[in-house]
Design a protein around this ligand. Sequence first.
Ligand code: CUK
Ligand code: CUA
Length: 660
Amino acid sequence: MKRNVLWLASIAAAAVLLVGCRGGAQRGGELISDDPMEIARARGLSPADVVAAVKTYQPTGKHDEYLLFASGGHSGQVLVIGVPSMRLLKVIGVFTPEPWQGWGFSKETREVLRQGAFEGKELTWGDVHHPALSETNGDYDGQFLFVNDKANSRIAVIDLRDFETKQIVKNPLSLSDHGGAFVTPNTEWVIEGGQYAAPFEGYAPIEQYQGQYRGLVTFWKFDRQRGRILPEQSFALELPPYWQDLCDAGKGVSEGWVFCNSLNTEMATGGVEKGNPPFEAGVSQRDMDYLHVINLRKAAELVAAGRTRTIKGFKVLPIETAVAEGVLYFIPEPKSPHGIDVSPDGNYLVVSGKLDPHATVFSFEKIQNAIASQRFSGRDDYSVPILDFDAVVESQIELGLGPLHTQFDPNGYAYTSLFLESAVVRWTLGGPWTEKHGRDPWSVVDKISVHYNIGHLVAAEGDNVNPDGRYLVAMNKWSVDRFSNVGPLLPQNFQLIDISNPQGPMQLLYDMPIGIGEPHYAQIIKADKIQAWEVYPEVGWEPTTQAAHPHAVKPGQERIERRGNTVEIWMTATRSHFTPEHVEVRKGDRVIWHITSIERARDATHGFALPGYNVNLSLEPGETQTIEFVADRDGVFTFYCTEFCSALHLEMVGYFLVRP
Ligand code: CUK
Ligand code: CUA
């Protein structure tokens, strides 16, 4: 209903523009009219611009219908954006310290960051590629978000009750990943596909590539109750040293299976400086690479039965076992593929090769038949059976140049990003899906230009069993001339596209520059599925454990205690004071400082800055956080609140005195 009203309003606005308007809206560079038509004309807006504006504008206080969770790329963070307004709502600190949130500054959050250390070395950035919302029966449930770090092979768990990172797991076997994070339809497993093959155990000369280097895909067991990945129940599937790329989890008919693309089945090892072909040529000599088809259910049974080796304390299911037990099959796929996306019903696997203008669609049903009747066209060097291409392919559709990633809507359409063409193509996904909606199977129906060099695209709930359609966001690598010049490093460009009309064309609505990292993938969830807390459930809450903090303190019980060279402080924060306000220690003392916000009012956040000691905390209502350090600088340090919390915010200070 509301949408109809909006639509009518925008049509009316557009119609008036089309028949022309009166002039004189602008005088001396100033807009003086409050007639919308005159304003539009004075600003040079076309009727389509006005329609786009009306479709995206959110009046003050009105909430967006959808939330977009976008990877923050090499910022190591996650972005939360409202759709359709494209307003940035939050940046979630994940792999990188983030002072506004106190992320990586308190003892509690530092410990989460340190979980992601590589053999003891703390890593303070990540390359986030693929966010994955938790699912129940293949539909987003709004509880958790998982993201991968391509640079260091890590997965992070974010709890959507407070939008904070709770856990980082470091893959002990690898230092790069890509096909993650993806979840199985009930979030039992978080999938982390590999990327650049390397030895599991450490060093091996590159001449021993085929024998010593390995690919892998890791299945992290998720405990929803505890909100944690359980590394001891997780395992990796050993794979040939191809470069596994994106993965997707089966759903519906294909639930229990996992599909991963690969490139470099040539096993090229580069070395352009030694006269070898460079990687870019070496990895694309063959016409076909291999789509990996993995029976995860069977693999998990083998792991439970102890059929694993342990490498660096982590369970590994060997290739030989996977092959012998029917866990692993290959399908030839056009070379150097990128996206693999499973259709909403789970039957079609859409593979797009950047170097091939087609999407290749495989049928899960045909794959099962080919496995049952052993229709193999051979085996690779590691004895993995290769399914006969013709036996499992459903269709190949010419989409355009450089197809990458595919999403779905409820109208029987698929949408694929075209990197080289800078476009989004809408096409019909054949089979019963299309028949039900009375469409031609496997045909391109519409194309829209985007600016520029699109990587991923994301439609509302467009990768789960129940896509919403409505909106699609093109995630463009280059913005070139779209925005004011901000120097040689340009923002990426998210473009919001209206896909709500199944009969009409797609319409570009909005450009949003992303001035932080390079977002790769994103997911769009219906906003009302997320039930985030407004304040922490009780005073003295510890967000990293989601439980009462053992060192929370009630008003009146604030204190400072000394034990030998250790000084421990239990402090409260409220508008507009810290208690106590004087903390005095001796140089060299170890300081353990707990601060509890005793606020219960929504949005009454306090900060806690300790200059000279590199501390800034964010204390949301009810939260308790700890800082721990050696007072190795003497002097007088004013700690103060970094959030403008009240009229007397400037007075919310105290003195930390360190006696020489
Ligand atoms: S990737 Cu970057 S555009 Cu990591 Cu999913 Cu395709
Ligand atoms: Cu508390 Cu400003």
